[in-house]
Ligand binder design. Structure first.
Ligand code: S3P
Length: 165
């Protein structure tokens, strides 16, 4: 089984993916980390050099061409589900979980903004406005996931149960 975790920046996809993979005794794949390893650049450097459109193309190709093992948990970038039919592709190729979190909770968790080019220089107030706007735009994609969970204080055991494992 492949499980794809989707949700906004800061909702805990990478951490939960690691914990879930440990529980399920399978591999964990972080697609942003795959891109960093493949390009030899941080996401911020890639954005600065090539722009967002090129990044979206690359993350789309990475999602669809990665040699996934049969059982794995995949953490995706926050914008990935919203481009190139990626959400539909994940729904067809695995189980999908939307890790939901309130905008104010996301703000309080997004300390390290420099590594995230879309929000790099925002203060808390600007970030809250940005998250509210982006969530409205992205929710129609995120909510196509087969499961949605409140990611705040989420117990990984509950996630395992929900996935029927
Ligand atoms: C992005 C989220 C980031 C990364 C890139 C763009 C987004 O991933 O892919 O900075 O558009 O929301 P995380 O959600 O892992 O921070």
């Amino acid at each position: 089984m492949k499980v794809f975790l989707v949700g906004f920046m800061g909702c805990g996809k990478s951490t939960k993916a690691k914990q879930l993979a440990q529980k399920l005794n399978c591999s964990v794949i972080d697609l942003d980390a795959v891109i960093v390893a493949q390009t030899g650049k941080s996401i911020a450097e890639y954005f600065a050099e090539h722009g967002e459109a090129a990044f979206r193309q690359l993350e789309n190709e990475t999602l669809k061409n990665y040699p996934y093992p049969p059982n794995c948990v995949v953490a995706t970038g926050g914008g990935l589900p919203c481009f190139f039919g990626n959400m539909d592709w994940m729904n067809t190729n695995g189980k999908t979980v939307y890790l939901q979190m309130q905008p104010a909770q996301l703000v309080s968790r997004l300390h390290n903004r420099q590594k995230r080019p879309l929000i790099a220089n925002m203060n808390d107030e600007q970030l809250l406005t940005f998250i509210e706007m982006k969530l409205a735009e992205r929710n129609p994609f995120y909510t196509k996931a087969q499961h949605s969970v409140n990611a705040f204080d989420l117990d990984v055991g509950d996630l395992v149960e929900m996935l029927g494992e």
